[in-house]
Design a protein around this ligand. Structure first.
Ligand SMILES: Nc1ncnc2c1ncn2[C@@H]1O[C@H](COP(=O)(O)OP(=O)(O)OP(=O)(O)O)[C@@H](O)[C@H]1O
Ligand SMILES: [Mg+2]
Length: 246
């Protein structure tokens, strides 16, 4: 398997605070990779550096063979992002928002309209494509955000807390979508979450961050083994062990 993302000594300091602390790992093509950790652990900061949106203090990341420090714009071309709080034009419909975004992303007009209609179907907003976003629920907005992050047809999709504030049914839909994108389109997907049940269901591999550093990384069975978890311990307990809570 080829590495799509190589994180090398990646570090971010805000004053005296080490938000991301000399981190090293790789993410392979087609993986569903979970980035976990307590509030303030450094997940979003890591993601923003992977996208070249904030500069590392030290180290770097190679995304699709492109160094995010040397060529931040180039490295971002093949990466879609669903941010923690995706924003849209409230007075525009799903279709209009996506077409506008496609234009910004330089998708040729001919391709754009076909791609937008397909994406709307794919994220399950087909009966809402002509409705203004101002009338959307949080779950619908999140699905529109995922569609938006796919407009450029990226190789890597990064989702920052995709199911936060979404009801169980909507959460299940988003999980299905993530699985489909990975299995059918071979996309590499990185997502952060505090819902550990979700991680168990979805992730090929997981990194657990603690105070900016990596406390553990691997498949769930590997993580379980590393802390000598008992047979009956669920992933939540294992996670808390890595956090030093139990
Ligand atoms: N622009 C900034 N200026 C100063 N400190 C920042 C800035 N952005 C983040 N931080 C700090 O860096 C640390 C890591 O924040 P980050 O947002 O990466 O955490 P997170 O793991 O995404 O947390 P959450 O689960 O709450 O989303 C926190 O202590 C945060 O307060
Ligand atoms: Mg965050």
């Amino acid at each position: 398997m080829a590495s799509v993302i190589e994180i090398k000594n990646l570090t971010k300091k805000y004053g005296d605070l080490l938000a991301v602390d000399h981190v090293n790992y790789t993410i392979e093509e087609g993986e569903i990779f979970g980035l976990l950790g307590h509030n303030g652990a450094g997940k979003t900061t890591t993601i923003l550096m992977l996208l070249g949106l904030i500069p590392p203090t030290e180290g770097t990341a190679i995304v699709n063979g492109v160094d995010v420090i040397k060529e931040p714009l180039q490295s971002r071309r093949h990466v879609g992002l669903l941010p923690e709080n995706a924003g849209f034009y409230e007075n525009l419909t799903a279709r209009q928002n996506l077409l506008f975004y496609a234009e910004l992303a330089d998708v040729p007009d001919k391709e754009a309209s076909e791609r937008v209609e397909k994406l709307i179907d794919q994220v399950g907003l087909d009966d809402k494509r002509g409705v203004k976003v101002s009338a959307y629920s949080r779950g619908m907005r999140q699905r529109l955000g995922i569609a938006q992050s796919l407009v450029r047809d990226p190789k890597v999709l990064i989702l920052d807390e995709p199911t936060q504030g979404i009801d169980p049914e909507g959460t299940q839909d988003i999980r299905k979508l993530i699985r489909t994108l990975s299995k059918d389109r071979g996309m590499t997907i990185i997502f952060t979450t505090h819902v550990l049940y979700e991680v168990n269901k979805l992730c090929d591999r997981v990194a657990i961050m603690k105070n900016g550093a990596i406390a553990g990384i691997g498949t769930i069975p590997e993580l379980r083994k590393q802390v000598n978890a008992d047979e009956g311990e669920d992933f939540e307990q294992i996670f808390l062990r890595y956090q030093g809570v139990v």
